[in-house]
Design a protein around this ligand. Structure first.
Ligand SMILES: [Zn+2]
Length: 124
C-alpha cells in the first residue's frame, strides 16, 4: 500500500520541522486529506502508530480534515469542485456536464484535493 511511504515522508517531515524549531515532543499533527486521492486515513493511522515509537511523535495524535477536489480550467480560469459522489454544484463550468472536463475542452488541472498535506503540528 502506498500509505506506507506517504506516512513515512509525512512523519519525517514532521520530525524535521519539530527539530528545527527546537521542540522535543509532538502532541498533534493536523493533516489535510484530499477527497480525490486514494489515501485511506485508517491506513495512515495504522502505519503512523507503528513508526512513531521512539520518536518525538511517540505520543502524537493524527487529526484529518478532508479537502474537496478543486479543478481549474487552464483556458478560462474557472474552478469547480468534484467529490467521489460526482460533480458538486459550487461554481462548476455550468455548460459542462462531464466530470473533470471544462466546456473549453482544454482539460482541467487539479489545484487541490489530491494529496496528504501537513496543515499544522502541535509541539511541546
Ligand atoms: Zn473553461
Amino acid at each position: 500500500m502506498h500509505e506506507l511511504s506517504i506516512t513515512r515522508s509525512m512523519l519525517d517531515l514532521a520530525l524535521a520541522e519539530t527539530k528545527s524549531h527546537g521542540a522535543k515532543r509532538i502532541s498533534r499533527i493536523r493533516l489535510l486529506l484530499g477527497e480525490g486521492g486514494s489515501v485511506v486515513p485508517d491506513s495512515v493511522r495504522f502505519y503512523f502508530d507503528l513508526m512513531k515509537k521512539d520518536t518525538a511523535a511517540a505520543e502524537a495524535e493524527l487529526e484529518f480534515t478532508t479537502v474537496p477536489v478543486r479543478i481549474r480550467c487552464p483556458k478560462c480560469g474557472k474552478e469547480w469542485g468534484t467529490s467521489p459522489k460526482g460533480l458538486s454544484p459550487d461554481g462548476g463550468c455550468p455548460q459542462n456536464p462531464f466530470e473533470g472536463m471544462c466546456a473549453c475542452n482544454a482539460g482541467g488541472e487539479v489545484i487541490s484535493g489530491q494529496e496528504l498535506v501537513i496543515e499544522s503540528i502541535d509541539v511541546d
